[in-house]
Ligand binder design. Sequence first.
Ligand SMILES: NC(=O)c1ccc[n+]([C@@H]2O[C@H](COP(=O)([O-])OP(=O)(O)OC[C@H]3O[C@@H](n4cnc5c(N)ncnc54)[C@H](OP(=O)(O)O)[C@@H]3O)[C@@H](O)[C@H]2O)c1
Length: 283
Amino acid sequence: MRKNRRTILITGCSSGIGLRCAEIMQQRGWRVFATARKRDDVEQLITQGFESTQLDLDSSKSINSALNFILDKTGGSLDALFNNGAYGQPGAVEDLSRETLRKQFETNLFGTCELINSVIPIMRRQGYGRIVQNSSVLGFVAMPYRGAYNASKFALEGLTDTLRLELRGSGINISLIQPGPIESRFRANAYLAFKNNIDIPNSVHSDNYVAMEKRLNKPGPAAPFTLPADAVAKKLIHALESRNPKQRYPVTFPTYLFTVLKRLLPDSWLDSILLKVSGDGKN
Ligand SMILES: NC(=O)c1ccc[n+]([C@@H]2O[C@H](COP(=O)([O-])OP(=O)(O)OC[C@H]3O[C@@H](n4cnc5c(N)ncnc54)[C@H](OP(=O)(O)O)[C@@H]3O)[C@@H](O)[C@H]2O)c1
C-alpha cells in the first residue's frame, strides 16, 4: 500500500536544477531526500529544511551509504529517483585524455546507472516507482567541444531507452528530461573541469578555447532562450505525478527545435546548423 507522503531521492542538489526541483517537490508535499556530493552542501540543505545526506556518484560506497540512510528513514521504500547530478567536461575530442573521458562517464553514466540498479529492486518489490533522468538537448544532437558530455548524455539516453523496454510491466516508469540552456552553476562548473583537465595552451584548438573561456565566464544567461530551473521542475512534476508519464520531456525552445530538425534534415544540413549556432566551436 502506498503511503500518503511520497518519497523522492534527488542527486546533485547543491545548486541549479537539483536544488530548485527539491524545493518545488517539497512544496508539493513530497518527502524529498536532497542529496549532494560535498559535506558543506549537505549541511546547507539540512539548514534549508531538507532531509539530506552525501551522495557522490563517483563512489559506490557513497551511493550505498546514501541509499541505506534513506531506506532506513522510509522503512525500506522509495517512490521516485531523479537522476540530476552531472557535469559538463568541455574540450575537443582530440584533447580528451582517457582519464578525463572516464571521469565524465563515472559521474554522468556509471554512477547514475549504479544508483538506478540499486533502486530498481526496491521499486520492483513495491510494484511501482518513477525514475527520471536529467539528460540534455546534447543527449541527441552534438556540438563542437562538448564531445565528452555529448557522449555521456547520448549514452544515458540509450541506457534509458533500453531500461524502459526492460521495465515494461514492472510498474516502474522511466522518463528523460531534455533541457536546453537553464540558469544554474553548470557553466561555472564546466569551466573548472575545462581548466583542470584540458591542456589549453598546447592544443591545436587553443584559439577557439580563448573564445570558449569567455563564453564560460560570461555573466548572465549562457545562451538565447535560457530558462530558469522551474521549467525543468514543471516537466519533473508531470513525470512523477501524471498517470501517463512521457518517455521524453523537451525543455526550452532549442530542444524542441532540434528534435524536429533532427527528424527532418539530412546529417550534413544538421551539421551546418550546429556549427553555425556554436560559432564554429567558439560559442
Ligand atoms: N544548465 C543547463 O543548461 C543544462 C542543460 C541541459 C542539461 N542539464 C543537466 O541538468 C543537470 C543539473 O545541472 P545544473 O544545470 O543544475 O548544473 P549545476 O548547477 O552545476 O548542478 C549540477 C549538480 O550535479 C552535482 N554533481 C556533479 N558531480 C557529481 C557527483 N560526482 N556526484 C553527485 N553529484 C554531482 C553538482 O555538485 P557539486 O556542486 O558538488 O559539483 C551539482 O549539485 C545535469 O544533469 C546537467 O547535465 C543542464
